[in-house]
Design a protein around this ligand. Structure first.
Ligand code: ZN
Length: 139
């Protein structure tokens, strides 16, 4: 287990086990047929916060291998998405509260390679523009 200091907290991460669990795991957004996921895929490369990509990378997580993506709302012209990732490990000291990223022990929906492992859910909220020609949700 590696100790990762993040947002004032301390996380324990088994990077090897995390990377192993993601092998063969396809991004949820890639497999989901809904229109908001198609937009997510079109814009994530450009707008995913760089510091979040870095934070996820420290935990052995590739930001393109999301576990779950869902559209929450349209706020001030941008679309709020919930995006989850998992890593194998635990929370030693709770990171400071951030409105765009939370760490929770356990996981709700487990792809096979994540089952029977101690997991932490990284629960993110991203505000993203709409950049595809398909119908944009009004709210
Ligand atoms: Zn979807």
């Amino acid at each position: 287990m590696k100790t990762v200091e993040i947002f004032g907290g301390t996380l324990l991460c088994d990077i090897e086990a995390t990377e192993q669990a993601y092998v063969g795991h396809e991004s949820y957004a890639v497999t989901c047929p809904c229109i908001p996921c198609k937009n997510y895929l079109a814009v994530r490369e450009k707008y995913f916060p760089r510091n979040a990509i870095e934070a996820l990378g420290q935990l052995g997580i590739d930001f393109k291998r999301d576990i779950e993506v869902y559209h929450m709302a349209k706020v001030e012209g941008l679309h709020v998405y919930g995006v989850w990732f998992y890593f194998v490990g635990g929370i030693s000291k709770e990171p400071a509260y951030q409105d765009s990223i939370a760490f929770l022990e356990g996981g709700k929906w487990l792809p096979p390679s994540f089952q029977n492992k101690p997991l932490v859910t990284v629960d993110m909220q991203l505000r993203l523009p709409w950049e595809i020609a398909l119908e944009e949700p009004r709210q």
